[in-house]
Design a protein around this ligand. Structure first.
Ligand SMILES: *Cc1c(COP(=O)(O)O)cnc(C)c1O
Length: 435
């Protein structure tokens, strides 16, 4: 299997290269050259497969340069927590994607990427330095994936004072091979420093460096697994299967499109967005016009220029009508999000987080806009409500329960290296800290 650059289909590389490079030299994102089909027998026996076995059956169709035993180990290590489907009503279920170490779906992709990279790099002589600029969630998911992995050090760069208290605790309390750098600047400064570090000749001598950013293809592939896992748990499969995906950079939704092309019978994807609605505008007008992002309560979806848009249009050969056949979209503001959190609690006794709440609203709108029929409507609950306890508690006037894996890091001492945002200061701090 080869992977092409969305900027130029002629540029084709192996998965190993795509994973190590992260982004193509021409700035494009990597996509599988063809989407393999799962055999019909897979769907007939789906209920018999464990989540990990599903992951292996899917992964082996994309990954042909790793032997079976190693690939099984990679998948099993990465898919080490469940994704249960919780039924709210006849037509609505919730796929809980927050059972990983950092309580968000990004744990699946980050864990898989980490395990795959460790495999590809195991014969490297130099130590590997993973650099991640983070505005909060991505950094801790990636750090957890690489935690205690031999021969690997992780440098997390985050903007000082610009991440939530919870996020900061998650970023700065792991220790061991994880190093947090608190940059006196904004997220864009962190990204710029990461890029400069990659090209620095001194650092290149010491380390083999790679980035684990969100556009890495190894983060996308494992996100297809839980679409199959959701379908597996649907009881009456004769009804249309509809998935509402709270979306920001559209990685989750892109993975769904791949799962569908592999044979998963998804009737419709709903791209649920907050007021950052460039994708909805694209479906309506046919024009993609990136905007500056706007801050909302579902902040992981505050994206004005979704990075995976390039993958979606390349997947559909730039034909907006084809996109419209598969995906619908609707947008909701903060006020509606808050009411939805309340409504889900009152109607279904379920505590949903602000991102899932947007997914709920979009599914409900779909029900209102289409002929009522029996459907299997699935909302992706992308984060645990405890990650957004300030918001959820204000609406529900009750305490959210904090899972132990989160409360543990609150008890630990924050360790970070504070530096200025110029490259000279950062480089000095980096070298001193990790070598
Ligand atoms: C990252 C994130 C999203 C958005 O996912 P994309 O794949 O970027 O569309 C939604 N919800 C939560 C909680 C997230 O962390």
């Amino acid at each position: 299997m080869k992977f092409y650059s969305t900027n130029n289909k002629q540029i084709q590389v192996s998965l190993r290269e795509a994973v190590l490079r992260g982004i193509a030299d021409d700035g494009g994102l990597f996509m599988p050259d063809e989407i393999p089909k799962l055999p019909e027998s897979f769907f007939h026996h789906l209920e018999k497969y464990s989540f990990q076995e599903i992951g292996f059956e899917v992964a082996k169709l994309f990954i042909d340069d790793i032997n079976e035993a190693d690939l099984r180990a990679i998948v099993n290590n990465a898919i080490s927590f469940p994704a249960p489907l919780v039924q709210l009503s006849k037509n609505i279920s919730i796929l809980e994607l927050f059972h990983g170490p950092t309580l968000a779906f990004k744990d699946f992709g980050a864990n898989f990427l980490a395990n795959l990279l460790v495999h590809y790099l195991k014969n490297e002589k130099k130590e590997t330095l993973i650099l991640v600029a983070t505005s909060g969630d991505t950094g801790s998911a990636v750090a957890n994936g690489f935690y205690e992995k031999e021969g690997i050090k992780v440098a997390l760069l985050y903007p000082s004072g610009k991440v939530s208290k919870t996020q900061e605790q998650q970023l700065t309390t792991l220790g061991k091979n994880i190093f947090a750098f608190e940059i006196n600047g904004v997220f864009d400064d962190c990204q710029r420093l990461v890029k400069k570090t990659f090209h620095d000749p001194d650092l290149k001598n010491i380390f083999s460096m790679t980035s684990a950013n969100s556009i890495n293809i190894a983060r996308l592939l494992p996100q297809t697994f839980y679409y199959f896992e959701a379908y597996k748990q649907v009881k009456d499969k004769s009804h249309p299967f509809i998935v509402s995906v709270p979306s920001g950079n559209f990685g989750n939704l892109t993975a769904g499109l791949i799962a569908q092309a592999m044979g998963l019978p998804v009737h419709k994807f709903i791209a649920a967005v907050n007021t950052n609605d460039v994708f909805l505008n694209y479906l309506q007008s046919g024009k993609f016009e990136p905007k500056a992002s706007v801050a909302t309560l579902s902040n992981a979806m505050d994206v004005g220029n979704p990075s995976n848009f390039a993958r979606i249009i390349s997947f559909f050969g730039n034909d907006v009508d084809l996109v419209r056949e598969k995906i619908i979209s609707s947008s909701f503001n903060d006020e509606q999000t808050l009411s939805a959190i309340k409504e889900v609690k009152e109607n279904y006794h379920y505590t949903i987080d602000p991102h899932g709440a947007v997914g709920y609203l979009a599914l409900k709108k779909y029900f209102q806009d289409t002929i009522q029929e029996s459907v299997n409507g699935v909302i992706f609950e992308t984060a645990h409500p405890a990650k957004f306890s300030e918001i959820v508690e204000k609406v529900l006037a009750e305490k959210t329960s904090i899972p132990e894996r989160l409360s543990v890091c609150f008890g630990k001492q924050k360790v970070s290296v504070k530096t200025n945002k110029d490259f000279v200061s950062f480089k000095e701090a980096l070298v001193q800290t990790i070598s």
